[in-house]
Design a protein around this ligand. Structure first.
Ligand code: FMN
Length: 356
């Protein structure tokens, strides 16, 4: 594995995927979908689009770019999610992101946190479709890679069946390449970001209405999708023929990453066997070794892998060895190997089914 040190723009040439990769994507998740997580997810699925955590436009322009934007060549197709609402700033940030070799840029119009609202971006932008359209147009004018948007169905007391169509019409007119809808409102007062991912009710039907109104727009659905059965059901045509173009999974993909092992076959129709999670851990070794050699900590990598064997005998021991072992000073590959050996020959765990 190479290119873990920073830019990989040269590797992206000729590899820019069409929106097809968005048929299944792993959601942008702050603190979760960092570059280490994405490398791990990529070993589980070769085809899914992987989103970065949200990075704000000012941070991209003024901050430590290599740290914020650096990624590994293996992560393609990889989408950089940006937060912001100043068209000029977003255009400049988009140019920088394209220079790093990302396959696509996504504008965050769904994050409800206070910090984000005070910066006038995220979910509160759903009330400013003209501004978002300006932002999309400015970014499109600045780069050759596609620009997409991720939004909610509405905010606060607004009628989603009015707010969402008005929002979508504007960004479509501005040339947005694709749209992912987190199918619940954001309530901007009184709920934490975490509550805003579960308390406002899901409304998947409204996402089909968006697709019906804009058949040429790539529309992906997000929110509450727990497994590939549910993902496949949402990708199936409705009675009137309306068919969504993509699904995006967040928490389920992160917490039970083995879901990703069957994505290439089940969602993309690849004639490949499902990925073996044991082989994935072994395949992580060169990357882990490279990160450790560069001064990184084992726990920064293994924290994303804790859920890999969820539901299998030995899963608890796997978690325990990784959780405790990886934070020890100087922890290295031996901890990962010990944890893998334990799940290969699982000890008896209270409450766990005996190994077959
Ligand atoms: C820890 C965490 C961080 C998140 N950070 C972002 C983010 O940076 N940008 C964004 O658009 N959505 C973010 N989200 C929302 C997810 O992308 C997704 O829309 C939401 O979790 C619903 O999908 P799910 O039910 O499949 O998890 C985050 C979600 C979680 C759990």
């Amino acid at each position: 594995m190479s290119g873990t040190g920073g830019r990989s723009n040269e590797t992206a040439v000729g590899k820019r995927p069409a929106a097809a990769a968005l048929r299944f994507s792993v959601a942008p998740m702050m603190d979760w979908t960092d570059r280490h997580c994405r490398v791990f997810h990529r070993l589980l699925t070769g085809r899914a689009a992987l989103f970065t955590e949200m990075v704000t436009a000012p941070a991209i322009i003024h901050g430590p770019r290599d740290r914020l934007l650096g990624f590994s060549a293996v992560e393609h197709p990889v989408v950089c999610q940006i937060g912001g609402s100043d068209p000029d700033q977003l255009a400049e940030a988009a140019r920088i992101v394209e220079g790093f070799g990302y396959d696509r840029i996504d504008l965050n119009c769904g994050c409800p946190s206070d910090r984000v609202q005070s910066g006038r971006f995220g979910a509160c932008l759903m009330a400013e479709p003209d501004l978002v359209a300006e932002c999309v147009a400015a970014m499109r004018g600045a780069v050759t890679i596609p620009v997409s948007v991720k939004c909610r169905i509405g905010i606060d007391d607004a009628d989603s069946r009015v707010m969402l169509p008005a929002f979508v019409a504007k960004i479509v007119a501005a040339g947005v390449d694709s749209l992912t809808v987190h199918a619940r409102k954001a309530w901007l007062e009184g709920l934490s970001p975490k509550e805003n991912r579960s308390v406002p009710p899901l409304d998947h039907a409204i996402v089909f209405d968006v697709k019906r109104a804009h058949p040429a727009l790539h529309v992906a659905i997000n929110g509450g999708i727990r497994n590939l059965d549910e993902a496949e059901a949402l990708l199936a045509p409705r009675e009137d023929g309306t068919t969504l173009d993509g699904v995006m999974l967040g928490r389920a993909a992160y917490e039970t990453p083995e879901i990703l092992a069957a994505v290439d076959r089940r969602i993309f129709g690849a004639a490949t066997p499902d990925t073996d999670p044991f082989a994935v851990v072994e395949a992580m070794e060169p990357y882990v070794a490279e990160v450790l050699a560069g001064g990184g900590k084992l726990s920064h990598l293994t924290r994303h892998m804790l859920g890999l064997f969820a539901g299998r005998p030995g899963a608890r021991t796997w978690r325990r060895i990784l959780t405790v072992g990886a934070i020890a000073p100087g922890a290295g590959l031996e901890v990962l190997r010990e944890a893998l050996a334990a799940v290969r020959r699982p000890p008896r765990e209270a409450g766990a089914a005996p190994a077959a």
